[in-house]
Design a binder for this molecule. Structure first.
Ligand code: UN1
Length: 514
């Protein structure tokens, strides 16, 4: 492991004041137009060295109620503002994030353990989605539809929905908030956000920025409300709350199953972005240099803690031995260490539980006869060496998403078999093929090809741009966030028919009375 020259406390000391965070004091974990919090105090430790980063006062049930009431009131005023005016507020939010990109990127590193470049990349995702949302604020169009009745016009319009609940995970602690809240904001919705308890400070920093922008524009800042707390308290309150028409939840399949069930029971909508078990197929015609780089970034980037991380590869038998050996050699070169050092590529896992989960999965895969080709050792603290294992697709541990840098390698002879194996898991988020053969690429993208929400050719499974709709099938939950027309989930669709004639013809030719 590389030595550490930049300490957590040094970085924290420099950036906390700029982000409005308190190093020694208590940070309020509830924003309802003003800052409060009367629940249990959370101590946030950095995964980098285990040191105390800050203390956060979480939301009690009363705090939740206060935040929700404020968000609801803020929504009622916000929805009346013309959408392009709402876009202007989001434009300024994007600019405010731009100004603090370095500091925000650094606190992502301190809290989530991402390397600096990925921390900044995450902030860039926030900026990008703000830009996208600004454009969108002038494009929330509906259709005009041909009416079957004379003297009638039919159209579709999109109305603000209400208060949107956002539940986000530690691994993208702020980008996912921005995907949801920037779109929701231009759509005329308020948001109430429950971030992961593993990344509370960056959430507070972002809401402080949003608050400032709102105040400068005379907008009620409770349109961006915050409730930091546990899933079993705040998460449950939010999911059960009939005032919340849409809950957008990112995280584990188990969490999503609970949220989906509770929200459906009250006929709310949920937008779920859950686990992935993403694979890359490497065919004999592939550009192997590209494939190798994509696999390394996909499997060990963010220390394997992206929902889009590459977890399985299927390599054609004719090239497998040599290609896998080159991967093992590449893994040996990867610098592991503090994510605050510019040359580090692999930082720590988020916490001890994540390390234990990785160890448990490796134990299981070995029990099944998996052949560990490299890595899987605990270096120190939450630092592990990334691991490559020869395995079989139908082993339960391979079917399961372990949020850690474990890459399962499998061989194939026929592309149809590789595609079938790729699809034969419960999850359906991201997938990729490396090939220079048009027929193979098109087969992979055809109806009988990849069954995932994301299918890539000659790029890896992770690192999607914000412009496309993001999400996946099966146990990944089916929701779509971010780009394309994902905004429609944040609005109420209304079909309108206007009769400008003097008659009242009924549809389907029905005669009723005269
Ligand atoms: C996630 O891990 O929850 O495509 C989101 C990617 C990122 C988003 C990942 N843009 O890897």
């Amino acid at each position: 492991m590389k030595p550490q020259s930049v300490t957590v406390s040094l970085v924290a000391k420099t950036i906390f004041p700029k982000l409005g965070l308190s190093l020694k004091g208590l940070n309020s974990g509830v924003f309802s137009g003003s800052w409060s919090g009367s629940g249990a105090v959370l101590e946030k430790r950095s995964p980098i060295d285990g040191s105390l980063l800050g203390r956060v006062q979480q939301a009690s049930a009363e705090d939740y109620e206060k935040a929700m009431t404020a968000a609801q009131a803020a929504f009622l005023a916000w929805r009346d503002l013309p959408a392009p005016k709402r876009g202007e507020v989001v434009r300024q939010l994007g600019n405010a994030l731009r100004e603090l990109k370095t500091e925000l990127g650094q606190i992502v590193s301190l809290e989530a353990g991402k390397i600096l470049s990925e921390g900044e990349g995450e902030v860039q995702e926030m900026i990008d989605i703000c830009d996208f949302a600004v454009g969108l604020s002038r494009q929330l169009h509906g259709l005009t539809i041909a009416s079957e009745r004379p003297g009638h016009r039919m159209m579709e319009q999109w109305q603000p929905l209400g208060v949107v609940g956002i539940i986000s995970a530690f691994n993208f602690p702020v980008a996912v908030w921005a995907w949801n809240s920037a779109l929701a904001a231009v759509c005329g919705d308020a948001t109430i956000w429950k971030p992961s308890e593993k990344t509370p400070l960056i959430a507070i920093a972002c809401i402080k920025i949003a608050e400032k922008v709102c105040r400068a524009n005379g907008v009620d800042p409770a349109i961006f409300s915050l409730v930091i707390g546990e899933g079993k308290t705040v998460g449950e309150l939010l999911s059960n709350d009939r005032r919340i028409p849409l809950v957008s939840a990112t995280g584990s399949t188990r969490m999503g199953q609970r949220v989906g069930e509770v929200v459906a029971k009250r006929f709310g909508r949920s937008l779920l972005e859950l686990g992935g078990n993403n694979a890359i197929i490497v065919t004999p015609s592939a550009d192997l240099k590209l494939a190798k780089r994509a696999i390394v970034f996909g499997a060990v980037g963010t220390a394997g803690q992206r929902c889009t991380s590459t977890r399985r590869i299927f390599v054609h038998e004719s090239i497998k031995a040599e290609f896998v050996a080159s991967l093992v050699a590449a893994y040996a070169q990867l610098p592991i260490g503090s994510p605050l050092e510019k040359t580090t590529l692999i930082g720590p896992l988020i916490d001890e539980a994540a390390v234990a989960m990785m160890q448990a999965s490796l134990k299981q895969v070995k029990k099944f006869g998996g052949n560990v080709l490299c890595g899987g050792e605990l270096v120190k603290g939450n630092y592990v060496t990334p691991c490559i294992v020869e395995a079989q697709n139908d082993w339960p541990v391979v079917q399961h998403e372990t949020f850690a840098p474990i890459l399962y390698v499998m061989g194939y002879r026929e592309l149809d078999d590789a595609i079938a194996m790729q699809n034969a898991v419960p999850q359906g988020l991201s997938s990729a093929i490396f090939t220079t053969d048009l027929r193979e690429a098109e087969k992979f993208l055809s109806a009988r090809g990849s069954d995932c929400g994301i299918a890539n050719v000659n790029i890896g499974t992770s690192g999607a741009e914000i412009g496309g709709a993001f999400g996946g099938e099966k146990e990944t939950g089916g929701g779509r966030e971010s780009g394309s027309d994902a905004w429609k989930a944040y609005m109420r669709r209304q079909t309108v028919t206007i009769n400008y004639s003097n008659a009242l013809p009924l549809a389907q030719g029905i005669k009723f009375g005269d």
